[in-house]
Ligand binder design. Structure first.
Ligand code: FES
Length: 116
């Protein structure tokens, strides 16, 4: 239930595991913003949890307003889709990948490794 270390394609050099929500807070194939600073959204993709920076790289729209499909999150504003593992996108609108963060589940809680 964890995503590999990625931060827009490269692993974070340092960080700390942060308890951000319960596994029950994010339904299957849903996405929820769990922090504002930095903005972080947790995605439940078929029971696996992923974390992304909750800001689309096109026009700073919250990805937590988007849709989860095929291990990607699609921005609901103009449709750019980002890979939940790598953050990469093939959208010509987006200005590069979105940051992704490693996750783990401990006692029913989702933890995210945030840079810091
Ligand atoms: S703001 Fe996300 S695709 Fe335009």
């Amino acid at each position: 239930m964890t995503a590999p270390d990625t931060d827009g394609g490269s692993p974070p050099a340092t960080g700390s595991w942060t308890d951000v929500c319960s596994v029950d807070d994010v339904d299957v194939d849903d996405v929820v913003r769990v922090r504002n600073e930095p903005p972080v959204a947790v995605v439940n993709a078929d029971g696996d949890f992923y974390a992304v920076r909750d800001i689309c790289t096109h026009e700073d729209f919250p990805l937590s307003e988007g849709l989860v499909c095929d291990r990607r999150i699609e921005c609901s504003f103009h449709g750019a889709a980002f890979d939940l593992v790598t953050g990469e996108t093939d959208s010509l609108l987006a200005e590069g990948p979105v940051a992704t963060y490693p996750t783990r589940v401990v006692d029913g809680r989702v933890h995210v490794l945030l840079p810091g």
